[in-house]
Design a protein around this ligand. Sequence first.
Ligand SMILES: NC(=O)c1ccc[n+]([C@@H]2O[C@H](COP(=O)([O-])OP(=O)(O)OC[C@H]3O[C@@H](n4cnc5c(N)ncnc54)[C@H](OP(=O)(O)O)[C@@H]3O)[C@@H](O)[C@H]2O)c1
Length: 387
Amino acid sequence: MLVETTATGLFKQGLGRVPLRSSSMLLLSTVHKRYASDVTVRTRNSQPIVRQGLSGRSSVSGHVATVFGATGFLGRYVVNRLGKRGTKVVLPYRCHEDNKRHLKPMGDLGQMVFMDYDVRNYDQILEAVEHSDIVYNLIGRNYPTKNFSFQNVNVDAARAVAKACQEVGVPRLVHLSALGAQQGSTSQFLHTKALGEVAVREEFPDATIVRPGTLVGYESDLLFRIGFFRKMLPIVNHGQQILRPVDAVDVALALEVMMDEESTAGQIYEMYGPKPYTYQDIVNICSNIFREKVNTINIPKPIMKAATGALQYWIYPQLSPDEVERMFIDQVPSTDAHVKTLANLGIEPRLLELTILPYIRHFRKAAFNDIGLDSDKARTFGKHHVY
Ligand SMILES: NC(=O)c1ccc[n+]([C@@H]2O[C@H](COP(=O)([O-])OP(=O)(O)OC[C@H]3O[C@@H](n4cnc5c(N)ncnc54)[C@H](OP(=O)(O)O)[C@@H]3O)[C@@H](O)[C@H]2O)c1
């Protein structure tokens, strides 16, 4: 039986009397039409990319994107956004099968293409990028490991990805650096991130560089540590480091916008939240949400570095000496007029206080679990002190 799917067809079949909402009718009648806004033309190679559908599941964005570092914190937010719009996503991974399983249902069947690889194998990088019209490099690590130094991850791998993109003619490359990346920084992470930016630009001059502040989300180390060690949280610098946390959802949205926005090529974006906080401010906000005082103890820098240094080659260090060093460096956005922000992409970053409740609610006592940010209910909980 032939099924009519347009609004006119439904009317012909007598279904016009069914009270269809006007928006549904509009969707039904416009589903096959294309407009100029459905087309992106890559400036580098004039490749036209045509979108089909309404940008939801089962649509086709027309893009093929490779996401390096998709198994990390930010990766899942980015892949989810790309997959939702019907982008075919190539996902090079190096971990155990189970660590990337969550990415598979983020797109329609066949749209998530996994590829086992080693970032030191240049041929495998070439293979991963050769069919893509945009490549995101989210590879990064907060601490060196036995196999990979900061230089290996933040500079050599970044250069290899950029070089491969240039070699096969990928039109767009988006590279993730970090807010405060600076050559000569006392933090090796920030120093190598700056060297990585230079390496990427040497190989691929039109790369878009993104420097996020500390990312906040369900997987955030910053919030996890405060919650996990809330009975006795070791801090350094008396919690006076200035941070510019940004929600991972906002950064992922910005990276998605870059896929179609050709004017972002060759630009530098710094992505940070609307307000600066000291580390202690964030601890206090968390205290308020936990409904429990977070006790802090200030540890002198040399002692903290020695302690974390002894632990850093464990499989998953909670804190590395380099992170301790970074806790003495404020996150200050650049004053360079050429450096753009989330506002240039039309994105208003969200306020930390208003977004983190779901990320840390599970650290609360059961009695307070269902209380929202705007609720005064907790104050009636008798013996419990509310902060
Ligand atoms: N999180 C933040 O607060 C923050 C702040 C500023 C900048 N950034 C930067 O933003 C990017 C994304 O951050 P994130 O928080 O999502 O990082 P993440 O959770 O640490 O994930 C990093 C990703 O890089 C991969 N990776 C690390 N070393 C690798 C290696 N030697 N070979 C191949 N893959 C490797 C990891 O793969 P495996 O899963 O296999 O380990 C993972 O997929 C990174 O470049 C990071 O430096 C993050």
